[in-house]
Ligand binder design. Sequence first.
Ligand code: KG4
Ligand code: ZN
Length: 334
Amino acid sequence: KKDTFILGIETSCDETAASIVKNGTEIVSNVVASQIESHKRFGGVVPEIASRHHVEQMTIVLEEAFQEAGMNWDQIDAITVTEGPGLVGALLVGVNAAKALAFAKQKPLVGVHHIAGHIYANRLEKEFTFPLLALIVSGGHTELVLMKEHGSYELIGETRDDAAGEAYDKVARMLDLPYPGGPHIDRLAEIGEETIDFPRAWLEDGSYDFSFSGLKSAVINKIHNAKQRGETLKAEDIAASFQASVVDVLTTKTLRAAKEFNVKQVIVAGGVAANKGLRTELEAKFSETNIPLLIPPLKLCTDNAAMIAAAGTIAYEQGRRSGLDLNANPSLLL
Ligand code: KG4
Ligand code: ZN
């Protein structure tokens, strides 16, 4: 069978990325231009600035992806691009670049869902075994997705308010930690003690949904009340107690869903998958079961285009095609 080489393009948030992936499983090149430095002083991603950076970086990143791979356009079978969800202005840059290239180079075009990408980042490490359960935890997402076969996604739970990473970033801000705050809280949590009993939002019986806004408010109140009473709370203890609540809910619901749906594999995706507390607790919980747990390396947890090419390869092989009328869809459903 002939090898398939797929180009992936990702611009949904603050990373401009291009990658070439072989047969949906092997990274040939993977280039990511991060904008974190430009957004840092604002304490979060500024959409307008993100779009402008994508415009500046897109052709450079694409050229690098071909250079790193030592390949040319003749060898590319299809162009895949994140069509949503994400920031509309940011998405539009990638979608329009992909459309222009598909037209100019006469290549098939396939739009990809960003979360499908995060899930398929794992297939660059290890082949999938179905049914599988994916826990997606990032700055914009907290989802549990059941997959019975390639390219089929069943949303069984999602956040009703803040995403897990968003909660991390907001709590980090209250503690005057730099953006993005997740890694800083993670580091503090390691040295802190779980002295505060923050709430766990289990929601209704049997629900696989998540909610982190109540926890966020509880942290604000705790800090505020302590200040008023002149008490000093240690930042590392707040971090440890907050992280314990997030990790407890995420791991408990993931384990319950994995058992209920009798899955053969559990995979974790998104930036928060880098969290040490989450990794440790997931590994501990799943080591007591016979369900294999897969957490990708850090580079594949955060936004990149190899994951888009990997998910796009399956869509391409399944015959899915997008027209040149493909548009960015900031609230695209999985
Ligand atoms: O997947 P990602 O790079 O971008 C989105 O699609 O959102 O995820 C970024 C998010 C940020 O909220 C960041 O604070 C969080 O992932 N994050 C972490 C850690 N590393 C990154 N959160 C907790 N612990 C970490 N070690
Ligand atoms: Zn993402």
